[in-house]
Design a protein around this ligand. Sequence first.
Ligand SMILES: [Zn+2]
Length: 92
Amino acid sequence: MKAGHPNTTAPNPFYRCAGPNCGLLKGASDRWWLIWTSFGDFNQPVLYLCPWDEEIAQKEGTLHVCGELCAQKLQSQFMGNVRESQVKRAGG
Ligand SMILES: [Zn+2]
């Protein structure tokens, strides 16, 4: 049976791990992490990592990560991308 509140957003959207070659689906009790990047106040690409927070998880651009290993892979990817763009900028 469905009860009221048609205007609230779905309480249990499906989250999939953003880790390379992972794609795990998040269960209700899994302790996941969140990663996102921003230029913030520093005019430099900054990588953010924080424990799961439902509000942050729903923000655009947030990556959902199942665990330490996938977080490390994404960090590595991020660092690679930054290096690559630095090389491009320097090389002209
Ligand atoms: Zn994963």
